[in-house]
Ligand binder design. Structure first.
Ligand code: GLU
Ligand code: MG
Length: 437
């Protein structure tokens, strides 16, 4: 077998982008220990050609060190060469940890959850995206025509995802013009974030190979349907048994899962800054879009920020396996690692403080009276990136989860993005995010 070709070392950054440097494939083994260098300040890249103010300046450097377990290959097809890639941890030196590495942030959060509760966080991302390109034809929402029109792309997408070890659970046309979706299968949190990264990049590559572009921007234009990245969570015991509904708690939740959910709800406003972290995210969020406009939990309620989803089977054991919590407000401008990290931390906080679950929203919360919402403690989610960043700054508990350099550079980037949005015409703003993501 020829050993020519490239392998791309990938790392995910604070704006949820996959950055890279490549080495010849034959040199890969040599790169396993110390990887490749990268300016620390690179972690303060905005989604555009702009470096936000950051604590490092031009001097410090980290190593991007491959995690060989994440290596994947996109097979060659129709004149497109094979693409080899591997995901890295950012480390000051082999074996050391960097405070601004998103993968370490996620790994540490789920390790703490496990250490204190004995439970593993299992996660899966549902990724919505827009396909666009010359002569692209829009078929009816969810229609077989929309699927058949892109059947060649969707088929190679499934093949590429399977070859990379991240076979999707479903692939489908969605509601919006040119909108499609893939659902990842559930796996342990860090691997689920890796799978989300790989799935997005493979989707982009499959679209490219078909002369199209895939965009995961939460709101491609003001009048497009939003693209969500709903995150499904469940808790598994040491035997791998899903214990999310192993009791008689509210909404069929087990007692621990109810406290876990209460923790997420208690910190939701601050979490929004991490899971829906771009100015255009707030054109997606809001009532009546099935994206979530209110901080509440609901049984199968697609307008609740936290939706309880039962498993469906006549067999109670199989049904229990599928039971999960869906975080609906998240989108793909978020780092999947930061998103899962803060969700794990918020849930753990709820367990530690024995938080009680507020009453659920039984209908669309926007249709409840003001008084009914107040009684149930249901409040609107932050309506802008500025408001979400304020909520983040005001939540000392959430602040405490972040190493200083991660927190400072994240806020610096996001403050820049919020200001950029104010000084940019809406059409240009949507186009910039549509192209960046
Ligand atoms: N597109 C919606 C969103 O922005 C979600 C639609 C659905 O329920 O799949 O989250
Ligand atoms: Mg969907």
């Amino acid at each position: 077998m020829s050993d020519s070709g490239l392998i791309y070392l990938l790392w995910s950054d604070l704006v949820g982008m996959t950055r890279t440097r490549a080495v010849p494939l034959r040199d890969f083994e040599k790169r396993l220990e110390s990887g490749l260098g990268w300016a620390c300040a690179g972690q303060a890249m905005t989604p555009f050609e702009h470096l936000a103010d950051n604590p490092w300046g031009p001097v410090d450097e980290v190593r991007q060190i491959p995690d060989p377990e994440t290596r994947f290959e996109i097979p060659p097809a129709d004149g497109h060469p094979a693409l080899h890639a591997v995901i890295c941890d950012s480390r000051p030196a082999p074996g050391e940890e960097w405070g601004a590495c998103v993968r370490s942030f996620c790994r540490n959060a789920v390790a703490d959850l496990k250490a204190e509760t004995g439970l593993d966080l299992i996660a899966a991302f549902e990724l919505e995206f827009l396909l666009e390109g010359p002569d692209f034809v829009t078929e009816a929402p969810f229609s077989f025509a929309a699927a058949a029109y892109q059947h060649s792309l969707l088929t190679s997408l499934e093949e590429m995802l399977s070859a990379a070890g991240v076979a999707p659970e479903t692939v489908e046309p969605e509601y919006g013009r040119g909108q499609y979706e893939i659902s990842c299968s559930p796996r342990a949190a860090l691997k689920a974030a890796d799978a989300a990264l790989i799935s997005c990049e493979i989707t982009r590559e499959a679209a490219r190979r078909h002369g199209l572009r895939a965009s995961f921007s939460p709101k491609p234009t003001l009048d497009h349907v939003g693209n969500g990245s709903h995150i499904h969570l469940s808790l598994a015991d040491s035997k791998g048994r899903n214990v999310t509904n192993d009791g008689a708690g509210p909404l069929g939740l087990g007692e621990t899962a109810a406290r876990f959910s209460a923790g997420i709800l208690a910190h939701m406003d601050a979490l929004i800054a991490i899971i829906a972290p771009s100015p255009v995210s707030y054109h997606r969020l809001g009532p009546h879009h099935w994206s979530a406009g209110y901080r509440c939990i609901g049984w199968q309620n697609r307008e609740a920020a936290l939706r309880v989803m039962p498993g469906i089977s006549r067999d109670p054991e199989i049904a229990a396996k599928g039971f999960n919590l869906e975080i609906r407000a998240a989108d793909c401008t978020a780092s999947p690692y930061l998103a899962l990290g803060v969700l794990a931390r918020a849930g753990l906080e709820g367990i530690r403080r024995d938080l009680a679950l507020p009453p659920p929203a039984k209908i669309d919360p926007a249709e409840m009276t003001e008084e009914a919402r107040e009684e149930a403690g249901i409040t609107p989610l932050p309506a802008s990136l500025d408001a979400a960043l304020e909520a983040l700054k005001e939540d000392d508990v959430v602040r405490g989860w972040f190493p200083d350099e991660l927190y400072e550079s994240f806020l610096s980037i996001k403050t820049w993005e919020a200001d950029f949005a104010k000084s940019t015409a809406p059409d240009i703003l949507f186009a910039r995010y549509r192209h960046a993501y």
